[in-house]
Design a protein around this ligand. Sequence first.
Ligand code: SF4
Length: 488
Amino acid sequence: MIPDSDNPREACGVFGVYSPGDDVARLTFYGLYALQHRGQESAGIATSNGTDFSLRTGMGLVSQVFDEEDLAYLRGHISIGHTRYSTSGGSVACNAQPIVVNDRHNGEPIALAHNGNLTNVEILREDLEAQGIQFESTADSEVIAHLLSIAPAGTWEERFHYVMRRIEGAYSVVIMTRDRLFAMRDPMGVRPLCIGKMENGWVVASESCALEHLGVPMEREVQPGEVVMVDAQGMTSFFPVAPARKRAICTFEYTYFARPDSRLGGQLVYLAREAMGAQLAMEHPVGADIVVGVPDSAIPAAIGYARAAGIPYREGLVKNRYVGRTFIQPDQRIREAGVSLKFNALSEVLRGKRVVLVDDSIVRGTTTPRVVSLVRNAGAAEVHMRITTPPIVSPCFLGVDMATKAELIAANQSIEEIRAHIGADSLGFLSLDGLNVSTGQVPADLCNACFTGVYPLNVQMQMDRLEAPRLREPELVAAESLNRAGRP
Ligand code: SF4
């Protein structure tokens, strides 16, 4: 739980390294440290020395989970790691990753870490349970691990073909066997995954920033539908299943999730965010004295807005960078007093000014009114809210925890009603075309489902489950059997 936050929450970050002669556990620790923004609930590292596996997982931030003793225990030349925010399964220790299962053919361990969400996990889980497989976690990632463990013996390409033709949804996965490292990305390419070359081996990571922190140049992205395999012979790759009908790279990676110093689809995320701000200035101009970004993710967009509009950019809000996971929640009295744990306003900068306030999204609409009133209370004469995404009208089923449709403010209120709710003088959302162009990608290759309600695959069952509390039980059962009957 992140207090004071209405931002969408990313599922996970994954990291893997194969490098004989290097301290791979330490490299993985620093890789995960760079991917901390993708998940703060739990972290884990698994290593192999070619014979034995070692595993350490725990709840909390990467720096809280591991110490020198853990890194000394994690020996080997292959390692995978994971930082987690739960979108599937609960926030409990048994769901921390990497997950380790035994290969059904030779009893050898297989470790796996996953970023994304499977959309057909219930059916797969039932099938596996019917085959006598017992699950130790509620995470859908364990389904992928067990599928690989039971995949008919053969080449690795054949085994991944068995897995990838069964699983549907978003998955960027790192896998470790006794003597190999694998990286697998779903055919739609929803979540990022990239690969870098080291002197003695290879590194894979959710984002290029993790490679750059280690001084490893990014070689390329793992392609949608590709499996990369690294072993003693070097790196090879294969495409086990036919290409997807459509690519569906998550647009939110560009606006919010990825770090600004990461490269996605050849585009530096920082520059994509600047372009979003510039586009927003063209679409929603307003007379103002200063432009302020809501830290941290909206700052590049605010700079882009300011430059395009010819209005000075100022830092009017300061973020408490140490607000993250905490078990101490503000009580109601503190909330009502308007205390913000996350931001502080600079009244000397804001007083008497007409302010353009730039942020990346409005989800439930719980945080934005507090930020607007913080800026007003600091003396701003006017507050004009500008958002670098279109209104969010549909939930995500591909690895991001947002809200149910009933909770999404833009699914239920007009823009004018939202403006009144957040207390701004004006409100402008970036258009879908403007957003897509700013990413520098081919628009048809992007997922825009949370802005359009048009999903790149069938999510009816997930939709029904998410909205289930609003259905009476007989209606829910009927809806589910209808969905099952209608599945391709
Ligand atoms: S629905 Fe939205 S958040 Fe989810 S993958 Fe698509 S663009 Fe990203």
